[in-house]
Design a protein around this ligand. Structure first.
Ligand code: GNR
Ligand code: NI
Length: 170
């Protein structure tokens, strides 16, 4: 297994719109290894989700584990939200925007259609943190980041804060 480098805001590659995964690709060793590497990268970070876009793979899938024990790995390939209801506000973070946290309003409940890691079609109705995480990861697949929900001024402040943190780390 391998850890993968995570792209960070404002890297323009994070703005790429990801393309669907072909069903034939799902069963290939290369794709299955990529899933394992993404889980390792996510657990090590640590994070509760990781979109392929964040590791510079611009295909529509992500890995998620919102459980406390890190024992509930889930894969969502070609996810589509087919129904949503309500609103919830959650203080979000992002591995591509390290150290920054901000409230984001999203749907409270969603029904999502996707392929699992065996390539089987699934439909799931979820709420709470899992619903937040799926919506956050799906934004990544469309080149969108949670800081895009902030005002342009706040987003500029985030950019400067990250640049400064990187300078101090170097
Ligand atoms: O680890 C993560 N935590 C998190 C917290 C609140 C809302 C969304 C997330 S996802 C994030 C990992 C990440 O950046 N996924 O893209
Ligand atoms: Ni993120």
């Amino acid at each position: 297994m391998a850890q993968l480098p995570i792209l960070e805001f404002p890297d323009p590659r994070l703005r790429t719109r990801a393309v669907p995964v072909t069903p034939e690709e799902v069963g290939t060793p290369a794709f299955q290894t990529l899933l394992d590497d993404m889980f390792e990268t996510m657990y090590d970070a640590p994070g509760i989700g990781l979109a392929a876009s964040q590791v510079d793979v611009h295909k529509r899938f992500m890995v998620i584990d919102v459980s406390e024990e890190k024992g509930d790995p889930r894969v969502f390939i070609n996810p589509e939200i087919v129904d949503k209801a309500g609103e919830q506000v959650y203080q979000e973070g992002c591995l591509s925007v390290p150290g920054i946290f901000a409230d984001v309003t999203r749907a409270d409940e969603i029904t999502v259609r996707f392929l699992d890691r065996t390539g089987t079609a699934q439909e799931l109705h979820v709420d709470g943190l899992l619903a937040v995480c799926i919506q956050h990861e799906m934004d990544h697949l469309d080149g969108k980041l949670f800081v895009d929900y902030l005002s342009p001024l706040k987003r500029e402040m985030v950019k400067k804060k990250l640049a400064k943190a990187r300078r101090n780390a170097a």
